[in-house]
Design a protein around this ligand. Structure first.
Ligand code: GCU
Length: 691
């Protein structure tokens, strides 16, 4: 299995030092083991702390210690004093890092922080042991940093084992049972901890019959996974079905207000915590795409979420309730129903009605993880509810891990966006729980969640370069303000540089050339100006402009001979723009002010409409599709220049995927350009070949 961003060589700087680790407990033992393994490989040493006057015979290079210990190793005392003089706690996951008088010091109030501090030292490599630097305090922005696996225990003949999975089978489940390869689960937990993730769900949000029983008689399997992930500070959560009281409990109803139903959830949840004391909680997809939910009993989603929240509350658990609720059986002839409106229409009126251990998990856009969408207006509409923002690491709509598509820049835009304007709180602030300056009582945020991209593939993510997305998710959940290209640097420096067989600068430069702009490149050859869903129905790979146009799914582009786009204005359209606060409600409503990249999301315009860029809509479609294919072709050429510097297996896999990307991008270009040429009759201004 590929080591991803933790090759042994990434531990060279740490492993060649003299280190002392002080503290006790499971995660401190993990830290000790990491240091011991690295020291054994690179000639350093792990000193056992002595009690009393803790003076080593030789000075330590690195001290990793809990601030709560009775004694702190000598080299760390000055840093500890300096830290004590500063205000604010480090928190469970935080740590302080400093280098003073030739000693690098990591201090944490609790063991998880020590583990994160260790991985920060790994990330910095030799720089952690170079020139001195003053105390830095590191704390995660998000308390919950969660990956949702859409893994099934059994294999679905159509979807495969992992819904929207592009990396082989599940790493948790095999042949209908718990995987025999638990060491792989442990290795996964280690990678996640090094990126900052601290929570995982182990089954699909669409909960089928077998998977429903993970909650009850198959709980032992979940406990076994939790045992592997616990040493890396990762808590396990479960996706559950709202119908469980009926399907598992044999009750006549799952009505959340029924006393027997409440009692069943309470009893079942108690058993879960008896088995897994640090169980994280439940993730629920209810009344969505055929899943059961409270609507079936005439109850609200607050009623539904609260009964579960009440059950996990005594144990400190949380309920992640997904806001992805819409009518997936709509009539395409009905122009008044707008899927984009659905989550807000369902949930905004419920603000303030959820228990405080309910986290409403909202997809970042109002539709469904498209390559370009505006921010979901729900994010700005529920100041008295804990919100988590949901991203999609698995590349369902962004190339399915056959195309290079580094999502860091997309997520950075999403998280940095100000729903109330550039001066107000950002999306990341809402998820982190810092919205005190917005009307309503301040509440704790729900954190960041994302659909995982990992499977039992030897490279973890199918496309080796897609590992960067998984790494970036954890880093953004830790610090949403990080520069996406700096995250890419970190990933390259951990994953590729330590094992490079030559010129690391050339390697770095070329990987940046291929990856930095790859999301925008993907947008260019697939989704013009905010139109989404021109994909093949079902599997969602490759172009099919009208594939969803006359379906019940609510994802239309309305292209005709005169123009294209969805009128979502208040003046003449579905009124969706009215779900945004100022300034966006006006900006999106206005044809003049609407940003080009979202124009067709909000407006239906003629092909000759002139964009802010100066181009017309139709010419923009042609230009971007030609440019996108050229960029992909260039990426493939650039990759060929560095194959000699990387592991041959990686070189081969990436090469093969790039060939497919060129083929697929060409198909996208030709279908899109031909489709819009046939509709509009407008020729390409540059006379290029359109079929
Ligand atoms: C998308 C995806 C589904 C998934 C759903 C969800 O629609 O195609 O496979 O179940 O999102 O997020 O629940």
């Amino acid at each position: 299995v590929h080591p991803a961003w933790l090759p042994p060589e990434a531990f060279r700087a740490l492993g060649s030092r003299r280190t002392v680790v002080q503290g006790t407990g499971l995660l401190v033992e993990t830290v000790r083991q990491e240091v011991a393994d690295a020291a054994a490989r690179y000639g350093g040493s792990l000193r056992q702390p002595t009690t009393g006057a803790d003076e080593p015979t030789e000075p330590d290079d690195l001290v990793l210690a809990l601030t709560t210990g009775a004694t702190v190793p000598a080299g760390a005392a000055a840093v500890l004093a300096e830290l004590a003089a500063q205000t604010g706690q480090l928190g469970a996951d935080g740590f302080a890092l400093a280098r003073r008088a030739g000693v690098t010091v990591v201090l944490a109030d609790a063991a998880p922080g020590l583990l994160y501090g260790l991985f920060e030292v790994v990330r910095r490599g030799e720089a952690a042991f170079g020139a001195g630097f003053p105390v830095e305090r590191h704390r995660p922005a998000m308390r919950l940093r969660m990956l949702n696996h859409w893994d099934n225990v059994t294999v679905d003949p159509v979807m495969g084992q992992v819904e929207r999975g592009y990396s082989g089978g599940s790493i948790f489940w095999r042949d209908g049972a718990l995987t025999p390869e638990l060491s792989r689960v442990r290795a996964y937990g280690r990678l996640l901890a090094a990126s900052g993730v601290n929570a995982v769900t182990v089954n699909n949000v669409n909960v089928h019959a077998v998977e429903a029983r993970l909650l009850t008689d198959r709980l032992g399997d979940v406990a076994a996974i939790a045992d592997e992930l616990r040493p890396y500070g990762i808590r396990v959560h479960l996706s559950i079905t709202f119908a469980a009281p009926v399907t598992l409990g044999g009750l006549p109803t799952a009505d959340p207000l029924d006393e027997h139903v409440r009692a069943w959830w309470a009893k079942t949840t108690r058993q879960v915590y008896d088995t897994i004391p640090d169980f994280g909680g439940f993730v629920v997809k209810a009344d969505s795409e055929g899943q059961p939910g409270p609507f079936g009993y005439g109850r609200s989603h607050a009623d539904g979420a609260n009964v579960l929240a009440e059950a996990v509350a005594p144990f400190g658990g949380a309920v992640h309730w997904r806001a992805f609720v819409y009518n997936h059986r709509q009539d395409w002839r009905d122009r008044s129903t707008d899927r984009a409106r659905a989550a807000y229409d369902h949930f905004a009126p419920l603000d303030g009605q959820f228990r405080d251990n309910v986290i409403l998990q909202v997809k970042y856009g109002p539709i469904d993880f498209q390559v370009r969408e505006p921010i979901s207006p729900v994010i700005a509409a529920m100041p008295a509810t804990r919100l988590a923002v949901e991203l999609q690491v698995t590349q369902e709509y962004t190339g399915q891990q056959r195309h290079v598509c580094y999502l860091g820049p997309l997520w950075s835009e999403v998280l940095g966006f100000g729903p109330w304007g550039a001066d107000g709180p950002s999306v990341a602030d809402v998820a982190a729980g810092r919205t005190a300056d917005v009307a309503g009582p301040p509440v704790g945020g729900g954190g960041l969640a994302a659909v995982s991209s990992v499977g039992d593939d030897p490279f973890w993510t199918g496309h080796p370069l897609a590992q960067a997305n998984l790494y970036a998710f954890g880093r953004f959940a830790w610090n949403p303000r990080l520069d996406p290209l700096a995250i890419l640097d970190e990933w390259i420096d951990l994953t590729f540089v330590p094992t490079a067989t030559g010129d690391p600068d050339r390697l770095r430069r070329t990987l940046h050339a291929i990856m930095d702009d790859s999301w925008r490149t993907y947008e260019r050859y697939t989704a013009p100006l905010g139109v989404g869903f021109m994909v093949r129905p079902g599997h969602h790979y490759g172009p099919d402009v009208d594939g969803y146009e006359y379906t019940p799914w609510g994802t239309y582009h309305f292209a005709d001979r005169d123009g294209v786009g969805v009128d979502r204005t208040r003046a003449t359209g579905t009124g969706f723009t009215g779900q945004y606060p100022a300034p966006w409600s006006q900006v999106y409503e206005s044809l003049d002010q609407c940003p080009d990249e979202l124009l067709l999301f909000f407006h239906h315009v003629p092909y000759g409409h002139v964009l802010h860029s100066g181009s017309t809509v139709i010419q923009h479609i042609y230009d971007t599709h030609f440019a996108g294919v050229e960029q992909v072709t260039e990426s493939r050429r650039r990759w060929a220049e560095i194959v000699d510097l990387v592991d041959p297996a990686v070189a081969a896999r990436v090469g093969e995927r790039l060939d497919e990307q060129v083929r697929s991008a060409t198909e996208w270009r030709d279908q899109l350009n031909t489709y819009f040429f046939r509709k509009s009759g407008v020729p390409d201004a540059h006379g290029r070949r359109i079929h």
